[in-house]
Write a protein that binds this ligand. Structure first.
Ligand code: NDP
Length: 240
């Protein structure tokens, strides 16, 4: 039987590269987006061209009720082998100029999104009584902090704490739980980033590619990674 993996935020960027990589690895994929349904449809077509199955869920991960309602379809399709919590956003500003709205949006999306996605899915994964995998996208910003990203750094550091705690509850069920913490990656999210300044502090002197993050996630989802849990894997060109 083919295992199924949910990849949130897979209409573009790192999530798209991850969904395609995992389809190549042989999984069926549940795609997810908020507004980018056209992008998600294109990813779905590419996955089907690889001979794997794909379907799309569309909801805002900050919306707890929508998440609960749409994720309830595991009853119909069966519980996931893997979940990649990738969807996220940033609203950068110097802290004194940061609005309450931008604080709330980033924390509600990135951190509450963790609860909204994983709370309904964890028990079905446990009841499956087979090995499982959860990967959450944190960030170098959550590990070392980043100027102008107090809200984003807080949310991404919070994800590391949540991962370390929940992995304790899941380890004896053979469900591994790890964070991947990318550095600066070539996606829409990095469009606003001060790339020239960043190059001075990234030892590899280049941005990362979404496929390089996808390759790490692919390994963490593999059978070979069954003894890796409660870790933060940094993929950042030596940034920290
Ligand atoms: P992109 O902005 O390119 O893509 C973001 C994805 O997340 C899209 O699919 C988007 O859906 C989805 N998304 C955003 N907000 C929501 C929401 N509220 N509800 C549902 N879906 C949402 O981002 P990246 O690919 O660059 O980033 C992916 C993850 O990696 C994020 O968690 C990010 O924080 C993290 N990361 C990225 C880094 C980088 O340099 N790019 C560095 C470190 C971490 P839609 O298309 O529908 O809007």
């Amino acid at each position: 039987m083919v295992n199924t993996v949910l990849v949130t935020g897979s209409s573009r960027g790192i999530g798209k590269a991850t969904a395609l990589r995992l389809a190549q690895d042989g999984y069926n994929i549940v795609l997810h987006c908020r507004s980018g349904s056209k992008g998600a449809e294109r990813v779905k077509q590419s996955i089907e061209n690889l001979g794997r199955q794909a379907r799309i869920l569309q909801f805002d991960i900050a919306d707890r009720t929508a998440a609960e309602n749409l994720l309830a379809d595991v009853e119909e399709y069966g519980a996931y082998y893997g979940v990649v919590c990738n969807a996220g956003l940033a609203r950068d500003n110097a802290f004194p100029a940061m609005s309450g709205e931008d604080w709330d949006l980033v924390v509600h999306t990135n951190l509450d999104g963790f609860f909204n996605i994983l709370n309904p899915l964890t028990m079905p994964m446990v009841r499956r009584r087979k090995p499982g995998r959860i990967v959450v996208l944190s960030s170098a910003s959550g590990m070392i902090g980043n100027r102008g990203q107090v809200n984003y750094s807080a949310s991404k550091a919070g994800l590391i704490g949540a991962c370390k705690a929940l992995s304790l509850e899941l380890a004896k069920r053979a469900i591994t739980f790890n964070c991947v913490a990318p550095g600066l990656i070539e996606t829409d999210m990095a469009d606003e980033a001060p790339v020239e300044a960043a190059m001075k502090i990234i030892p590899a002197r280049r941005m990362g590619k979404p496929e390089e993050i996808a390759a790490t996630i692919s390994f963490l989802l593999s059978e070979d990674a069954g003894y890796i849990t409660r870790q933060v894997i940094a993929v950042n060109g030596g940034l920290c």
